[in-house]
Design a protein around this ligand. Sequence first.
Ligand code: ASP
Length: 418
Amino acid sequence: MSVTRRDFVRTSVLGAVATGIGAHGAASGPPNGNGAQGHASANDMYKRPIIITAHNGFNYIDDAYAFLKNGGDTLDAALRVVKGPEDDPKDTSVGLGGLPNEEGVVELDSCCMHGPTRRAGSVGGVRNIKNVSLVAKAVMEQTGHVMLVGEGAERFAVAMGFPRENLLTDHSRKVWLLWKEYHSTTDWWGPALADPHWQPPQEQPEGKPQSELWQERVRRLEKHAANLGIVPELRRDAVYKVLFPPTGTIHCSALNEKGEISGCTTTSGLAYKLPGRVGDSPIIGAGCYTDQDVGSAGATGSGEENIKVAGAHTIIENMRHGMSPKEAGMDALQRIVRNYNHDMKKLQFVDMIYYILRRDGAYAGVSLWTGYEGGHPHQIVVHDGTRRAEDATALFQGFSRDFPPDPKVPAEVQKQFQ
Ligand code: ASP
């Protein structure tokens, strides 16, 4: 199924500002004019080796590219990229320092696929082990299974020699506490009546502009953050993560000169999720899918929506049937749109970014929206001899909102976080 002009016209009639196809033009494209924004033609030559990843892979892709160029395995190259954010306590969407579930426990998901041997491994809901992407690889190599979850996955990792460690950093713990306090008007979390900092719930003063009310809310949160001991330079970040619960995750696909291709995805999942919730990232065919004959694709964004369209697998199948990487990704996005009957009131709370690498080196980054509310435009990071970040091609121009929905944060309040 291709993305027809009629589909796009209908979508825009239903509320989208623009389709985004071609919107970014060649300016952000790679030097060879192919890739993220380009369409493939049978005669196009693409650069190999090549690695594509999410924005948080930027600092790690150089090393992985050198490894790949020196003959390193494609999956090992991709794992080198994603291990960076897993090890980084400051990346609050992956591995160590990932924001926890609603009970304050970090639970990680990951999967990988090795194209040349057509194998896969995956782990879901893993606690206390930082490098779950490597655990997924160990499941692939050391067991007859494809997926392990929860306690069993943790015990397997320990048996394989992975150290158990506390993944909840002090900062993530405090951000989680701040989030609990912000959302708890009816429970026992937060300062008690007897606390000198306790304040009665604010009445909605009639006629007060929304932006003023929000400024007050932000000030109150900053005060709470100070009471929790969050250092001044991290307070704004903490408030941001409460008002706009961050999504993150990292996917990486790598292709070598021989045409071998692999991919992996790793995440701490949605911040403040229900304990036991597993997203799309460890689901083979949703968060990642690699087929040695076609290519590799991965996803970050609204995991539940991606599972329902088997995003990465859909993209690979679309390419198998002749679509370019960008067309294949746009079609997967259209399936998410269709699942909501094009209802923009709901779709404003959904976002998805697909990272797509075809076996010949053609690639694309596509997203449902231009970026997350309060954030920057979605980007993919590419290395084919030159490292660069490129804007993803958005289906809808505009910024998606976080779910569960809070009253909309006015633009002038959002600006102070940018
Ligand atoms: N896809 C991830 C999940 O649903 C979250 C994200 O990418 O931000 O767990």
